[in-house]
Design a protein around this ligand. Sequence first.
Ligand code: UDP
Length: 484
Amino acid sequence: MAVAGAGAHILVFPYPAQGHMITLLDLTHQLAIRGLTITILVTPKNLSFLDPLLSKHPSIKPLVLPFPVSPSIPAGVENVKDLPVGSFSAMMAALGELYNPMLNWFQSHPSPPVAIISDMFLGWTHRLACQLSIRRFVFCPSGALAMSVIFALWRDMRQRNDPGDDNELISFPEIPNSPVYPWWELSPVYRSFVTGGPRSEFLKDAFLGNIASWGLVINSFSELERVYLDYLKESLGHDRVWSVGPLLPPEIDRVSRGGSSSVLASEITSWLDKFDDQTVVYVCFGSLAVLTNKQMEELALGLEKSGVNFLWSSKIPTGGHVEGEYGMIPLGFQERVAGRGLVIKGWAPQVSILSHRAVGAFLTHCGWNSVLESIVAGVPMLAWPMGADQFANADILDELKVGIRVCKGANMIPDSDELARLVAKAVSNEERGERIARAKELSKAALVSTKMGGSSYKSLDGLVRHLSQDQDFLACDPKKHIIK
Ligand code: UDP
């Protein structure tokens, strides 16, 4: 399915957090099968994440640059698996030190890339692209509503009236459906910028670089977020916005997406096989969130009281968590729920779990990948947005009527009785029908969009043609897009 005339050389640069990297690798697969020549940039410890992609596409060349020495990241924690909680801005600043090594690489390459596609957390690559007289495309692993809010924050430099009031409501009347969020629910990176600090100017320049970049490639699809995608084009002042989602790996790689499972995928499937259709609740809060022990207790109690069947993927605390205070499964819990509840400690094959016929609801933190994976599988959600873009993502679930809110905030402790009631309701015979029907409709729309002739499929073809052939693109001076 190569696009006629495609072959342009591009550089892909993922940001090293699983939720960001997984989908940019899926996008890279889509670009490779359409005929682009691709170099992909990683630091040494993340090279192994490329294995499935490189084995399928031997033509893709990895560019491995040493992790830069940076005062913002202590030695030894630069690996994605050790990404310290809450240190996104430190990691962004550290990776910014790759500017000169990348410049040198481009300048010494006999036929260097004609464009850079890099994650939204690598906004500084816009400045590099301008220096090289090439174009930079932002890859956005979040949805279009979330992105609209983030762009509005940085563009307008939104502030609180009362700098001490974390609950002050910030409204965005210019965005469709006029979203409103309390200050504490807004992007933590933006909030850290507002409070000042050594990395503030770097972050501001990087996010303004995202707004000024030549184009935006976003993991969403028009049937899901049309009004927000249209709004993004209008607010950016151009229509170089490609919605290419939902991005998923080829069928064969779904079980191992993002890492190998802590339990054999076949064992999980056999366990799920025992249950009736749509009667199991899958519980997982993404690749980063680790619950406090108090949250673990209430969640476990809620699941126990609910009487439902469940599969809980629980993350193991990393070096960034105070020892003994996080991620403990309450004593005796697993014995008490034996037969109807299974806990996986570590990485679960989420995409394959969600696609099992027995799964009828997903208790999620509303990370955008999890939301899209659930939509693709036709599984309604129980929403516990915790941070980052997750509050906006939960709004999308409300709009689409495929989510029930159960809790919000990374520090909130759910009430086990209320949780039990909502979890039971989500998979009860009487209540689940309508939500599942809506989720199945969305699933159909998602699958159609990625098949030949669908909106995202055409958008991907269009992006590849634009990169390879579009005369405006090849003739235009990217320096015009420099940050003002
Ligand atoms: N994931 C997984 N197994 C796990 C936890 C997470 O496969 O045990 C995957 C999940 O399928 C999704 C990604 O990790 O693709 C998490 O991304 P998301 O945007 O949902 O949340 P984040 O981790 O960025 O907070």
